[in-house]
Design a protein around this ligand. Structure first.
Ligand SMILES: *Cc1c(COP(=O)(O)O)cnc(C)c1O
Length: 472
């Protein structure tokens, strides 16, 4: 050890000296004394380590500048907007559905004004939060009654707990799915207090399987739309309609978990058919559960719709209070559901549907416009191609039905996987992180979900390889 590093450390300015700089004064003005002092300490801490490793002693103003960068970075929201170019429209990790402008306006009002959340303006008496949506949902689905909870997982939990606590819940073996994020049907059933009774086999379940399983201890029959996988080949399942007849005959409720659940026939927009809530009700389910932020295109929520007498029991369950939704989401849901009253304009007004219905040719034209922009920023090391690709609906809906799309595939001249990873990191480090997917040694940006083309181009201008400097 020489004495040089120690003398260097002694030359480091004190916190007080840094605090006296003009930059520190600006930092204090904007972020306050306490946070600024803390940031200066952090900057000094790092400088101390750097000096030990042989770096030059920084000036007080350098340390103040470093502190300011830290303070600004800490101010930047953690829940940041990103460009979802993954090709998955309803990406659970990227927040699923984008809500419509009408819904956004409704949320803004509900957030900043007092609203008649549980107050009946007509009678002047107490009202119910479900009142705001009941009529709309019933109109759109043909159900008698409806309630809304935190998400579909909560809807399933609440229904199971209401009708099969300490009793048996009868389910086909082929429908005991895992949704992801540790949501597994058997586990939810156990936590809901239901005793799971599996019927049939993985690939085939027959009416007689249900008939022999339903007995005096049965609380409900549960049917799950296996939204995220499909069994093909030698298969048999009991249709919702047939199962409803069986449940009715035995006097137990049939609960149908649709998962994504859509309110309209999506084939009219050129998409594959996904069972609608109206169909599930029409097929005789006593209660149907589905999500608010999947194909429906609203905020996170879970719907329970169906028979009035059963919903009255659901609403009497004390767990309902713990799973209810707030006014913001009710406001967004009401505005979103109202858009469904005019299906002709839905595709332009509901972002989820608009993105799902975008024609591949339009996306390809966008890809051709953006290819030179991307090519220019990533440099000669990379080759940027306009490619055809397939998008996914996501969130478990229509798992096997991909949508023809287009995008930009960037590959490295010498096929370096490391360079590709660095490129992906660089795109994630942009002011608005760009999320793509790595596929066959190329970074693919599927442009289906890109509506702000100019915004992406402007964002790409701050690209630096590896993303080292792009964060500030
Ligand atoms: C997505 C899904 C759920 C869970 O819904 P969340 O809204 O994510 O809580 C439950 N069941 C099925 C079949 C699903 O697809």
């Amino acid at each position: 050890m020489t004495s040089l590093p120690t003398s260097r450390l002694r030359d480091l300015p004190s916190v007080d000296r840094v605090l006296k700089t003009a930059l520190a004064a600006a930092a204090i003005e904007r972020f306050g004394q306490q946070a600024s002092t803390r940031a200066i300490r952090d900057a000094l801490e790092e400088a101390r380590a750097a000096c030990r490793a042989g770096a030059a002693v920084p000036e007080p103003s350098d340390l103040a500048a470093d502190a300011l960068v830290r303070l600004k970075a800490a101010e930047c929201p953690s829940l940041r907007p990103v460009f979802n170019l993954t090709g998955t429209v309803l990406h659970t990790n990227l927040g699923r559905a984008l809500i419509a402008g009408e819904a956004l306006e409704a949320v803004r009002t509900a957030m900043s004004e007092a609203v008649a959340l549980e107050f009946n303006i007509g009678t002047g008496r107490r009202g119910e939060r479900d009142d705001h949506l009941r009529t709309l949902i019933c109109e759109l689905t043909g159900a008698e009654d409806a309630t809304i909870v935190n998400n579909n997982a909560a809807a399933v939990l609440l229904v199971l707990n209401t009708f099969s606590l300490g009793r048996e819940a009868v389910v086909s073996r082929g429908e005991l799915i895992e949704i992801g994020g540790s949501f597994r049907m058997p586990d939810i059933m156990a936590r809901a207090g239901a005793k799971l009774v599996e019927v049939g086999t993985t690939n085939r379940t027959h009416p007689r399987d249900y008939l022999s399983a339903i007995g005096p201890a049965t609380g409900l029959v549960f049917k799950v739309h296996t939204s995220n996988y499909r069994i093909e080949g030698f298969t048999a399942e009991v249709s919702a309609r047939d199962l409803s007849a069986i449940a009715k005959e035995r006097g137990v409720p049939l609960i149908h978990d649709l998962g994504s659940g859509t309110l309209i026939d999506l084939t009219r927009y050129g998409l594959m058919h996904e069972p609608t809530v109206g169909e599930a009700i029409g097929n005789g389910a006593d209660l149907v559960t589905f999500s608010g932020d999947k194909l429906l295109g609203g905020p996170q929520a879970g719907f329970i719709v169906g028979r009035k007498d059963l919903l009255a029991e659901v609403n009497r369950n004390p767990m309902k209070r713990a799973l209810r939704v707030d006014k913001l989401r009710l406001a967004a849901l009401e505005a979103t559901l109202k858009l469904y009253r005019n299906p002709d304009r839905l595709v332009e007004r509901l972002p989820t549907l608009r993105l799902l219905a975008r024609p591949a040719a339009e996306i390809a034209a966008q890809a051709r416009r953006l290819a030179p922009v991307l090519s220019n920023v990533v440099g000669d090391e990379f080759i940027v191609d306009v490619v055809e690709c397939r998008s996914q609906v996501g969130s478990g809906a229509m798992p096997l039905d991909t949508l023809p799309s287009a995008g930009l595939a960037t590959s490295h001249q010498s096929g370096s996987g490391q360079a590709l990873e660095a490129l992906a990191a660089g795109l994630r480090a942009l002011p608005i992180p760009v999320m793509g997917r790595i596929e066959k040694q190329a970074l693919v940006l599927d442009l289906r979900c890109l509506e702000d083309e100019a915004g992406l181009a402007a964002n790409l201008a701050s690209f630096s390889p590896g993303g080292d400097d792009a964060v500030a």
